[in-house]
Structures are given as C-alpha cells and as structure tokens.
Design a protein around this ligand. Structure first.
Ligand code: GSH
Length: 321
C-alpha cells in the first residue's frame, strides 16, 4: 500500500465527512474513496458512510408526544435537524403531500438521505444506530431488553391511551373551535390504519362525548398503572433501563410531561416519590426545554393547562374507582 493510499484509508476512517458531500448523497468521488478503503481492508470495513451524513428533516408538531420523543433523542445526541411543522390539530396531516410521507397521517416522520422513517420508537433506534456517538441504548443485552420493554409498552398501550385521555380532557375543546364543516372534515379524515385501527371512530366519539365516552375511566387507570410501574422500577435502578439515561426514559418523558402540562402532576407528586425525583432530574437536562417545552406554542400550552385543570376533578374521581 502506498503512503497516499494509506492516508486516504486513514482519512476515510477518521474524518468521513471530508470524503462525502454535505447534502447527504455519496458523490462518485466519496464512493470511490470508500471503495478504495474497502479494497485495502479486505472488504470487512464499515460501509455505512452514506448513512452517516447529517441532513435530517423532521415532520413534527409542538404538542405531539411522539414527535417530542424524537426531538429529545436528536437533542440528547447533539444532532442538528431541519423541521417541517405539521399542525395535527388543524388537519395538516391529512394533506395529499403529507400522506405521501406517512399514509397513516401521523407525525413524526424523519427524512434522511431521501428515505422516510416513520414510527417514533423506530426513528429513535434508527438515529442511535446511524449516529452511534452519545449512545442512547444501554450496553448489556439484558438492559437493552428492559429498555425495549418500556418502548414496547409505550407503542402498544401507553401511546394509544395518551391520545384518548388527551382528547377527552383537552383536545376535544380545541378542535371544537373549528367551523362545523371543517370539524366534520377533520373527523372524517383519519385513515382506517392510524394510531390504532379504532382511532378513526374513537377520536370522533371522544370529541363528541368527552368523559362520557365508554371506557375512558379504565384508560386513565391503566395509564396510572404505568406510573406505578415506573415507581417500582425506579426503586431498583436509577433510570428506567439501568444506570444510564436511555431510550426507555426518552420514551416515557413525553407521557409524564403530557400529564404535567394538563395540570395532573398530582398523579405522582403526592404518592410516587421516585417518579417525582426522576421527572425533576429529567427537567434539569437541557434537552427538556430545547426539545419539549420550547416547541409547544403558548396558546396550546395554556389550553393544555386550563382544560386539563378543569378536567382534573373528574379524572381524580375516575382514578379512585
Ligand atoms: N405509533 C406512532 C404514533 C404517532 C401518532 O399517534 N402521532 C400523533 C401525534 S402524537 C398524530 O400524528 N396524530 C394525528 C391524528 O390523530 O390525526 C409513532 O410512534 O410515531
């Protein structure tokens, strides 16, 4: 190997960004250099260079719990991104253009290297894999399983319930400000494959009936049960999946914060000291403000607080049942 080839190999390993273009496509030149590097590494070297280029675009909304989760991961990893704001309370998610990005009409969606990644948990895992500096997964296989037990619970149970309790307590009042025809269009537009296959009908029911929608009390109690599970988990370890802050914590932060923003912090502050301490520590991380709080528009923050406070006595009653 010549000295020049050695230098190229060293550079492609140490400073990959110098060898690839800035607009996230590998140029023929950078591909050639990577190939040269591969040649000398017996074809076992990493080939992920084009994946690691930085141009990240996030389709998101200020109060969306799933979008907040991804913004937290981006922030904790120190990744820059460009945002496209999709106002899901006005129906932007149903536009023809956005449906091409996510046919489920849901935020968030990430665009990277011209490819779309949807599903917030998967986006976070994708980011952690493509940009492994500042890892957000625990090291041991067992702790990774603990992490995924939390993110699985979020995807399967906690998130769909969060949508229900937020609509029953607060969002129903916001969307009912739309002119009647727009409201009907908004409610009719949810695709049949959405948060859950039932979300199209359930959202309509929650907007129309609020706390009189059947089963909403059970949903509040299940959500409360996950706070209890957090309390028990945090008796055993510092963070939800072990001794380090991970995607398990990032997964839960927006769901605890949703209750906090809806004036429902009594659900842990009165009786769950470990969750209280965990949330205080989370709030002291810089990402809490820059990835969550700063993105929720002031009027929406006020609505969440005020409609949430009005709902709290009824929620408290349901939790006591
Ligand atoms: N499982 C999806 C759920 C995404 C989701 O439900 N997004 C909500 C905001 S948090 C949304 O876009 N809702 C629009 C609607 O219900 O029409 C994920 O984790 O990304």
């Amino acid at each position: 190997m010549t000295a020049i080839e050695l230098a190229i190999l060293w550079l492609s390993w140490r400073q990959p960004s110098i060898l690839s273009s800035r607009d996230n496509q590998a140029t023929p030149c950078s591909r050639g250099l990577t190939l040269l590097a591969l040649k000398w590494c017996g074809e076992t070297a990493w080939v992920a260079e084009p994946e690691r280029t930085r141009m990240l675009e996030l389709y998101h909304h200020g109060s969306s719990v799933c979008a907040a989760k991804v913004r937290l991961a981006l922030d904790e990893k120190g990744l820059e991104w460009q945002g496209h704001y999709v106002d899901v309370l006005k129906g932007d998610q149903f536009s023809k253009d956005y449906l091409k990005i996510n046919p489920k009409a849901l935020v968030p969606a990430l665009k990277h290297n011209g490819k779309i990644v949807t599903e917030s948990t998967l986006i976070c895992e994708y980011l952690d894999e493509v940009f492994p500096d500042i890892p957000l997964k625990p090291v041991s296989a067992f702790e990774k399983v603990q992490m995924r037990l939390w993110t699985k619970a979020v995807d399967e149970v906690i998130h769909p319930i969060c949508g229900e309790i937020t609509f029953a307590s607060c969002h129903r009042h916001i969307v009912r400000r739309l002119p009647p025809d727009d409201l009907q269009r908004f409610l009719a537009s949810t695709p049949s494959l959405s948060v859950t296959p039932e979300w199209h009908d359930r959202k309509k029911e929650l907007v129309n009936k609020g706390f009189d929608a059947p089963g909403i009390d059970v949903k509040f109690r299940i959500y409360d049960g996950y706070l209890q599970k957090m309390e028990e988990t945090l008796a055993e370890r510092r963070w939800l999946a072990g001794d380090t802050f991970s995607l398990a914590d990032i997964g839960m932060v927006p769901y605890v914060n949703r209750l906090a923003m809806m004036s429902m912090s009594d659900m842990w502050e009165k009786s769950r000291p470990r969750v209280t301490q965990w949330f205080e520590t989370v709030k002291s991380r810089p990402s809490f403000h820059s990835a969550l709080i700063k993105w929720c528009p002031e009027d929406l923050t006020n609505d969440l607080r005020e409609f949430g406070a009005q709902s709290w006595p009824e929620v408290k009653r349901m939790l006591r049942k």
